[in-house]
Design a protein around this ligand. Structure first.
Ligand SMILES: C[S@@+](CC[C@H](N)C(=O)[O-])C[C@H]1O[C@@H](n2cnc3c(N)ncnc32)[C@H](O)[C@@H]1O
Length: 356
């Protein structure tokens, strides 16, 4: 029996996704494609046939297409109950020009829940092992049909429907990295607490640093470039320190004894980023509990190197498994989350404040 599967991705990354799957999953045959969505068929007898790739945001088994909630329910009737229901929209081609429409997602979700009745669980948050019905809407401006699919939830996926919660950019932040960092925190489940110490490599002008500071973290921003005054203002309260040098030049005395999280968003090649991360881990590696790294995909060569680069990150970070995805606010890059064992004797702190 052939299996039909789907994958969503950033529309601008579809070529990279196809290239990656041609290498890792030659059994997959393209069935249908729209911007940000592929469906594929496989004749291979696999327990988990859905595609996995750094460029896949959400994936699962494909049941078909629907125009109405009643058609969604009819396609879902073949699945065992109860079902979690994830309704989400595909990424728009240009996220800056086509903001998402949460009202449409909410309306369709309410209609699908009503059509499914007792077969659906009302809360969307899925636990590992649960069966999730995926209803994938077109992005704003496109009138495609809804793709209906399902997946068995697991820890490698983000908690939000579609894998990641999209965050819009407030007007008063230094850079779009504010939204990127918020998306990355939600996707990675990084357990940031008030008072945690974060070192950020490539911190200027400071959107990500501001997001971290607003959540109660203490931040050391490493970047030879100038930081935004709104971030520097936290310095007066002792919460932010700017090291205006390249990360490779940081010395032990520049850092506090305990660093909890290492964030990297430097516009350098991933190979150079590895050098910077290795250097920081050599200085404060014992206490670092997790790494959130943006790897810039400057060209197709880097994309081809990605499997080796990810293996190298795992080796440097000393972890067995990484998670990797492309965030909605990302450009030509992937974000990598490496969770390490908590430092021995680390004391629990108060929960972080919610962002504004
Ligand atoms: C995309 S910007 C970072 C945006 C920033 N994270 C924010 O929240 O606004 C990339 C930054 O990396 C910095 N950078 C490049 N190489 C670096 C290095 N070796 N060490 C530290 N910063 C570096 C650049 O100066 C630049 O400001």
């Amino acid at each position: 029996m052939p299996a039909f599967v789907f994958a969503t991705c950033l529309p601008r990354s579809a070529a990279w996704l196809k290239r990656d799957l041609a290498r890792t999953r030659p059994d997959l045959r393209l069935a249908f494609s729209r911007p940000g969505l592929l469906t594929m068929r496989t004749d291979a007898a696999l327990a988990e046939p859905e595609p996995v790739s750094p460029f896949v945001r959400a994936s699962g088994h494909s049941l078909g297409f629907a125009d109405t909630a009643a058609e969604v329910a009819a396609l879902a009737a073949t699945l065992p109950h109860p079902l979690r229901v994830h309704v989400f929209a595909r990424d728009p081609a240009d996220p800056d020009r086509d903001p998402e429409d949460p009202a449409t997602v909410e309306r369709v979700r309410a209609e699908v829940l009503a059509a499914l009745g007792d077969a659906a669980l009302p809360e969307p948050r899925a636990q590992a092992g649960e069966l999730v019905l995926d209803v994938v809407l077109p992005p704003p401006g496109l009138s495609d049909r809804m793709l209906v699919g399902w997946h068995r939830h697991d820890a490698r996926r983000g908690d939000a429907p579609g894998g990641v919660r999209r965050v819009s950019l407030p007007p008063d932040v230094p850079s779009r990295a504010w939204a990127k960092l918020e998306e990355a925190l939600a996707w990675s489940r990084l357990p940031l607490r008030e008072g945690d110490v974060v070192v950020e490599i490539g911190a200027a002008p400071g959107g990500a640093a501001l997001a971290l500071l607003q959540r109660g973290a203490e931040v050391i921003g490493i970047d030879p470039a100038r930081m935004d005054p709104r971030v520097m203002a936290y310095g007066e309260r002792g919460r932010f320190r700017h090291l205006g040098i390249h990360a490779e030049r940081v010395r032990t005395a520049d850092l506090p004894q305990r660093v909890d999280w290492l964030v990297l968003d430097a516009n350098v090649s991933p190979h150079r980023a590895m050098t910077a991360v290795t250097h920081l881990l050599a200085l404060r590696g014992r206490s670092i509990r997790g790494l959130l790294l943006t790897l810039k995909l400057n060209d197709d060569g880097v994309v081809d190197d990605l499997p080796q680069l990810l293996a190298r990150v795992a080796e440097i970070a000393g972890v067995d498994a990484l998670r990797v995805t492309q965030l909605p606010s990302a450009h030509q890059e992937v974000v990598v989350w490496a969770a390490r064992e908590p430092a021995p004797g680390s004391t629990p702190r108060r929960a972080a404040r919610a962002p504004r």
